[in-house]
Write a protein that binds this ligand. Structure first.
Ligand SMILES: [Zn+2]
Length: 301
């Protein structure tokens, strides 16, 4: 299944879950079940936005965006993080009102059956999506799957809370559970926002990928051939590396270009999705670079 197909499926599941959980809230009057339903609403909005952004990310490069549109995925996880904050505030608001005016719960058995049914659907989908997201390195899909998992855990907490209200008769436990759900949602939201900021700030490639790049360069290194100024960055599923290839000044341009081409081919076949920019320079000439002189393949343990 493609990333897009998973996101479409997650929209369908979110719709069904919202109906089930809204029903659970409607029958019981429980604010903690309302908080659970609101979280599913966030899932729906997040999945729809992610689907749109994955569609944008998969567009080929154009004149306006010559490096492609991969970073669109980072908007998706950032947006979902912001939605989560809004949902958490709404839950706290409803819970505080209920704390001030406690209400007994109705039809608890029916409410819990509906909630559990929704959670089982979410859990199965989240598990399948997370596995696929890891394989495809899709930020949007991973954000969506992680969010679904949070939803399953919060539902479990809410079910336990509602059962405890029934067992003890402590009506305040229902809004307190809802506030706990809100705090948990906030934690997840802030980690999503942090991840998308990392992506937008051009974090370098993963250490294991840098090791692969270094291994390729080692094959070409020689007494007269040197690589330096290796800089990398990530943009969604696309990876970039820039580096210098220093050669003896006496080489013909033909010979230098052939070596450059071989290095580029080797890098691209070692690291899928990599775009390499290799600058050719004579051994004793250094290009003007504004970046700090950090060779990423050498400063790792
Ligand atoms: Zn250099």
């Amino acid at each position: 299944m493609s990333v897009g197909a998973y996101l479409q499926l997650s929209i369908a599941v979110a719709l069904a879950t919202i109906a089930l959980k809204a029903g659970a809230w409607w029958f019981t009057g429980s604010v903690s079940l309302l908080s659970d339903a609101l979280e599913s609403l966030v899932n729906l909005a997040g999945a729809m936005f992610a689907l749109w952004m994955v569609t944008v990310a998969s567009r080929p490069p154009d004149a306006e965006h010559p490096y492609g549109h991969h970073k669109a995925e980072y908007f998706s996880s950032g947006f979902e993080g912001i939605l989560i904050f809004a949902a958490a505030l709404g839950i706290v608001w409803a819970a505080v009102l209920r704390l001030l005016d406690p209400q007994p719960l109705q039809a608890v058995g029916l409410g819990l059956v509906l909630t559990v049914a929704g959670s089982v659907m979410n859990g199965a989908l989240a598990f399948a999506m997370l596995r696929h997201a890891r394989k495809q390195r899709s930020m949007a899909l991973e954000a969506d799957a992680r969010h679904l998992f949070t939803d399953v855990w919060t539902s479990a907490g809410v079910v336990a809370g509602v059962l405890a209200v029934q067992a003890t008769g402590w009506l305040w436990l229902d809004p307190v559970t809802a506030i706990a759900v809100a705090i948990n949602i906030l934690r997840e939201g802030s980690s999503l926002v942090r991840r998308s900021v990392d992506g937008l700030m051009d974090a370098r490639l993963e250490p294991e990928v840098l090791r692969d790049i270094d291994a390729v360069l080692a094959r070409f290194r020689g007494p007269a051939i040197r690589f330096d100024h290796v800089h990398s960055r990530r943009a969604g599923q696309r990876r970039f590396v820039d580096l210098h290839l220093h050669l003896p000044a006496g080489w013909t341009l033909d010979r230098a270009a052939a070596l450059r081409n071989a290095v580029e081919q080797a890098l691209m076949s070692a690291v899928p999705g990599l775009r390499a920019s290799i600058q050719l320079l004579p051994s004793d000439v250094e290009a003007h670079v504004d970046a700090v002189d950090v060779d990423e393949t050498e400063d790792r343990p």
